[in-house]
Design a protein around this ligand. Structure first.
Ligand code: PMT
Length: 395
């Protein structure tokens, strides 16, 4: 589990979105982290510390004083053992206190004593969030190295609509994971364009030609690159996956649309990774109405643009170009041919014949081949881990 051995201290302050903090803790536990919780008095008005105790499987701290163990000074011991402190949700009050150096409860005092990174996930009414004093406090803290998880926009607990909604559980967990696993952000400043998922080629208003790609491989690459600090543009075919927080996502349906989106955004990218499974052919004509039974049974096809080949012709040698290759026979031989003919820097070869590899699942088995023919075999692993190995190799 990726967060095994990591100690995360969650500071909970009083806001209606506090219920999401429980889901964050549950997700972090599942990733192997040891999670401890400290709560302000107002937070305990919303949800009982007992609930957090059950969820985190650790004692919850609500006071600066531990009367049972007077020798133990909670705010010092908690701050010392934490690899990361995350305040979820963070009210305008706690942000103001931290920015002002005030230490008058367990959360603010522990933060003053912190030696680990401190991450803050604000949640409050939109007017409170946009109040110049709150914004000034946020800017002050950012300039001091505090990390912020930007709130989203939507309907707030008070009924107002606007910014100030606590970021999604997934975005918070990803941000914490990224900070703990890649504190150095080794891809900071790099712009990466990733394609993912299948394309759909319409036959008529009802039917289309497609393939089994789920988008998981491409999305895993996008997520890993974001965690490592890259700026990511994700050109995605129709998939059923959550958008990686922080990525610019361009949704497309057909290969022609993917071609246009990739070509429009390629100029701005340093690295282009084509994990999508693009349909090589499309129906020559799209029937205006649903094709009736008993009519013409053959569908004439036209060839789709070869996106990765066009990239190789235009940007080969200038940008890092990475293709994928999915085969059912002669994997390495065919992948090596594609690497050369498309003028790529790397090709990631995966086969449908190996169990746990290829479409749909959470795992893959790949061989990364570079321009000189060097091969790196990555055995059966989670797509997330394969994504990081591909990024390591590119680096
Ligand atoms: O999405 P998942 O369910 O997680 O599955 C992952 C995956 C199997 C789709 C992925 O790992 C993968 O192998 N993607 C490429 C599949 C494929 O289309 O392979 P190919 O050998 O047909 O294409 C070679 C390369 O050319 C690919 O980078 C492809 O994106 C690109 N291509 C193909 C056709 C085309 N018209 N334009 C292209 O750019």
């Amino acid at each position: 589990m990726p967060l095994t051995g990591k100690n995360i201290l969650i500071g909970v302050t009083g806001g209606i979105s506090i219920y999401k903090t429980l889901d964050v803790i549950s997700a972090l536990n599942k990733l192997g982290a040891n999670v401890k919780v400290m709560m302000t008095e107002s937070a305990a008005e919303f949800v009982s510390p007992m609930t957090f105790e059950a969820m985190s499987k650790n004692p919850v701290y609500t006071s600066l004083f531990d009367k049972k163990n007077a020798w133990r000074i909670p705010h010092i011991s908690l701050s010392k053992e934490a690899d990361l402190i995350a305040i979820i949700p963070a009210t305008a009050n706690i942000i103001g206190k931290i920015a002002g150096g005030i230490a008058d409860d367990i959360v603010s005092t522990t933060v003053v004593a912190a030696t680990s990174p401190v991450m803050i996930a604000p949640a409050m009414n939109t007017n409170m969030y946009h109040n110049p004093v709150t914004q000034r406090n946020i800017e002050t803290l950012k300039s001091l190295g505090y990390l912020f998880i930007t709130p989203t926009s939507g309907v707030l607990a008070c009924g107002d609509i606007g910014d100030g909604k606590l970021a999604s559980v997934e975005a918070i967990v990803e941000a914490i994971k990224g900070q703990l696993l890649y504190p150095e952000k080794d891809l900071l400043g790099k712009k990466i364009l990733v394609t993912a998922g299948p394309t759909q080629e319409a036959i008529d208003p009802v039917r289309y030609i497609t393939n089994h790609s789920s988008g998981k491989m491409g999305y895993a690459i996008a997520k890993a690159a974001l965690l490592r600090g890259a700026e990511v543009t994700l050109v995605s075919g129709p998939v059923n996956l959550t958008v990686p927080s922080g990525a610019e996502v361009i949704n497309i349906t057909s290969a022609k649309e993917m071609y246009d989106a990739v070509m429009e955004n390629a100029e701005n990218a340093d690295i282009i990774i084509k994990a999508a499974a693009v349909a090589d052919y499309r129906p020559e004509n799209i029937a205006e109405n649903k094709i009736k039974k008993g009519g013409e049974l053959s569908i004439p096809l036209s060839q789709n643009p070869d996106i990765v080949k066009s990239l190789g012709e235009k940007f080969g040698g200038e940008k890092v170009l990475v293709g994928f290759c999915m085969e059912t026979e002669d994997l390495i031989e065919n992948a090596s041919k594609k690497l050369k003919s498309k003028n790529l820097d790397f090709i990631v070869a995966n086969s449908l014949n190996e169990e746990g590899a290829g479409f749909k699942g959470d795992t893959n088995i790949v061989t990364i081949i570079d321009k000189s023919g060097n091969k790196t075999d990555i055995p059966l692993s989670q797509k997330e881990d394969i994504a990081n190995k591909i990024l390591d190799r590119i680096k």
